[in-house]
Structure formats: C-alpha cells, structure tokens
Write a protein of this length. Structure first.
Length: 94
C-alpha cells in the first residue's frame, strides 16, 4: 500500500457461504450465529448459521468466515460504547 493511501475496506460474499472482509481492526465476539467486529469503516455485525472464522489476520486487516450468511449490518461505534456503558451499570446496580 502506498504512503498516505486511504485504508482499504472491502466486503466480498460468495454464494452466501464465504465472507471475506478487508479493513478489520478488531473482532469483539463471535458465536455460530453472530460475529461482531470493528472495521476501518465502522462497527459490523454478521448474522447467520454455522458461522466459523477460517482466517483472521489483524496485521493485514483480513477476516474470512464460512457459514450461511443471513445478513450484515453496520452500526455507529458511538452506539456500541453507549450500550456497553448501560450494560456495565446494569451489572453494577444488580
């Protein structure tokens, strides 16, 4: 990548069975039905069945997932921070 080049963000879905994502910065959580990750373009949620992380390279910003994809959704990272704060307070006040 050239100096001062904008960061690459790409989502590639093949037959709803393989998902390749470039620009991944962090994987927050994963289950067979949902993967939550942060990309250079925002927070991304993948939902599906039998989701399995095949390859993860944070140095390259690459994530490869197999499984059946139902959908993907971007969320504002500020929303995630507020929700995390609410969950923390709920646990403290319990």
């Amino acid at each position: 990548m050239a100096l001062n080049a904008p960061p690459v963000h790409r989502v590639e879905v093949s037959e709803r069975k393989e998902i390749k994502i470039q620009g991944v910065q962090h994987v927050d959580s994963f289950t067979p039905t949902e993967i939550a990750l942060e990309t250079n373009q925002g927070y991304l949620l993948l939902s599906g069945e039998g989701l399995h992380i095949v390859q993860l390279s944070l140095d390259e910003g690459l994530l490869v997932v197999n499984g059946f994809l139902h959908g993907l959704r971007y969320r504002d990272t500020r929303v995630r921070a507020r929700e995390t704060g609410k969950k923390l307070w709920a646990r403290i006040l319990k």
